[in-house]
Design a protein around this ligand. Structure first.
Ligand SMILES: [Mn+2]
Length: 307
């Protein structure tokens, strides 16, 4: 697998070597499934640029997470055709997963997630999905496309009935009907704020292993404002940190993606927050592994650490 010309974090080459890294990051700058604001295609490069300014030491976990090795790999030449594009996500993540690495995809719009989900599901046989998002994305199709970013959870739910949606604050009557009829586990932002949804119980009911798809529009605009379909009233940073810590400690997370970030000139905050989100999630993954298997923080690139 070829390294990308940009790498996540400003780290020494020893820690980005594909052969020895524990983590592979795949930038996937596709924006064909977007309905409103453009710019998601430029986001992965911009996140990689911003990541160079991240502090490498995690002051909460007291560790240098990057030491396990993080390679950023070159994406394929992405097809404009949605069916071909999904197959490209599937093929690329599938071959990365075969190396035993923990794979992260940086979008790109949300329509890419079902391709990665499929590859992970084939690897593990069964797979649940936690979606953190402002939108339910349960429409059977949108603007004539079944592969729209607004339909991604409908596509994922064709592969698993085990889904948990958190932070939702925008949905159609049709989607609300689907949630009711299929008894989908969904914590709206309102439920979250009012404390009327038992997230612990929902996590307990969700079978392992689990994939997380993180749509950055789940965040409040004070954290991330550059996104294609913004909704007011989202999570603040520390709420997401607490939520993700809980999710990673309770569940076996086998992969995640971060999608729907949009590049807007002059807004460095959103890019930096997205880069930090990815590094924090990796830190939680590593910490959960260390706690569960009574390991030490890795000091050197650790190969197929999470296999
Ligand atoms: Mn969304």
């Amino acid at each position: 697998m070829n390294l990308y010309f940009k790498q996540f974090l400003g780290i020494d080459q020893n820690f980005t070597d594909f052969r020895t890294s524990a983590v592979a990051i795949l930038p996937f700058p596709y924006e064909g499934g977007v309905s409103y604001g453009k710019g998601t295609g430029k986001a992965p490069d911009a996140v990689l640029d911003a990541s160079a300014y991240l502090e490498l030491y995690d002051e909460v976990l007291n560790a240098e997470i990057y030491r396990m090795g993080i390679s950023t790999v070159k994406p394929p030449d992405i097809s404009e055709n949605p069916d071909n594009m999904i197959k490209q996500v599937y093929d690329t993540t599938n071959s990365l997963l075969k190396t035993g690495k923990f794979v992260i995809v940086i979008g790109g719009d949300h329509s890419i997630s079902s391709g990665y989900f499929k590859a992970l599901k084939e690897k593990y046989g069964k797979l649940s999905c936690i979606q953190i998002d402002a939108h339910a994305d349960l429409r059977e199709n949108y603007e004539g496309s079944e592969l729209s970013h607004a339909s991604v959870m409908a596509r994922i739910r064709e592969m698993t009935e085990h889904t948990l949606q958190i932070g939702i604050r925008s949905m159609s009557a049709e989607e609300a009907e689907i949630v009711k009829e299929k008894q989908i586990s969904l914590c709206s932002m309102n439920d979250y704020r009012k404390g009327v949804f038992d997230i612990d119980a929902a996590l307990d009911n969700l079978p392992d292993p689990v994939f997380i798809t993180f749509d950055v529009d789940a965040f409040d605009w004070s954290v991330i404002s550059s996104t294609g379909t913004p909704e007011p009233g989202g999570f603040v940073w520390d709420e997401v940190m607490d939520l993700l810590y809980k999710i990673f400690m309770k569940k076996n997370i086998v992969g995640f993606d971060v999608v729907e970030l949009s590049y807007k000139r002059g807004d460095n905050n959103s890019l930096f927050a997205a880069a930090k989100l990815i590094y924090k999630m990796l830190g939680f993954k590593l910490y959960a592994y260390i706690e569960k298997f009574n390991q030490k923080w890795p000091q050197n690139p650790s190969g197929a650490l999470f296999k």
